[in-house]
Design a protein around this ligand. Structure first.
Ligand SMILES: Cc1cc2nc3c(=O)[nH]c(=O)nc-3n(C[C@H](O)[C@H](O)[C@H](O)COP(=O)(O)O)c2cc1C
Length: 170
């Protein structure tokens, strides 16, 4: 994989996906860029977040720092809310031209089961926008309702490294 033409973008509200994206960026030695919502999402407003995801809404997001035109290997990291993709990720996918890009999807979620529905929906949206989805990585995080038990860099490093090796990315 050409590192010069690779990058990872992520959205994270409660911190898990940020950690996961940071580990990918570190292991692959590629730039990382957060997808940031223009309107600050009030911490703890779970019902609103869940509802906005269920309705398939798109939030307004800030422009990225990196130039995606120069990126052909793109890692996109997001999460599951109420069985759906999140408004910031919906928005990012909506506004991005994936033509000529290989895309790896990284999805975090607290559920035991792999979020197949979210994966398939995001995958088809990316394919419809010209991208080629070449890999999916999912990570089970811990339920955050009522606590702040986010994953640590240390605990996710080995599983991610294993997956990257199996995917011939390391
Ligand atoms: C509003 C809300 C709804 C959620 N719904 C689900 C869900 O339906 N399925 C699931 O597996 N995890 C669900 N989760 C857990 C998150 O997907 C998980 O904590 C994820 O790692 C959060 O990413 P972040 O910390 O980067 O924001 C939900 C979390 C929130 C805040």
């Amino acid at each position: 994989m050409n590192k010069e033409k690779s990058a990872i973008v992520y959205y994270s509200w409660t911190g898990n996906t940020k950690i996961v994206a940071e580990v990918f960026s570190d292991l692959l030695d590629i730039p990382i860029d957060p997808i940031i919502e223009k309107k600050i999402r009030v911490s703890g407003n779970i019902p609103l977040a869940a509802l906005s995801a269920m309705l398939g809404l798109r939030s307004t997001i800030e422009p990225l720092m990196i130039d995606l035109n120069a990126v052909t290997n793109l890692f996109v990291a997001g999460q599951v809310w109420a069985g759906h993709s999140t408004p910031a990720i919906n928005s990012f996918i909506h506004r991005t031209d994936f033509s000529g890009k290989k895309v790896w999807l990284i999805i975090t979620g607290a559920d035991e089961n792999r979020p197949e529905k979210v994966i398939q929906k995001l995958k088809s949206k990316i394919i419809n926008k010209g991208g080629e989805v070449v890999g999916i990585y999912t990570l089970k995080t811990r339920a955050l309702i009522g606590n702040k038990d986010i994953v640590t860099h240390e605990e996710v490093r080995e599983p991610i490294k294993d997956w990257l090796e199996q995917s011939n990315l390391l």
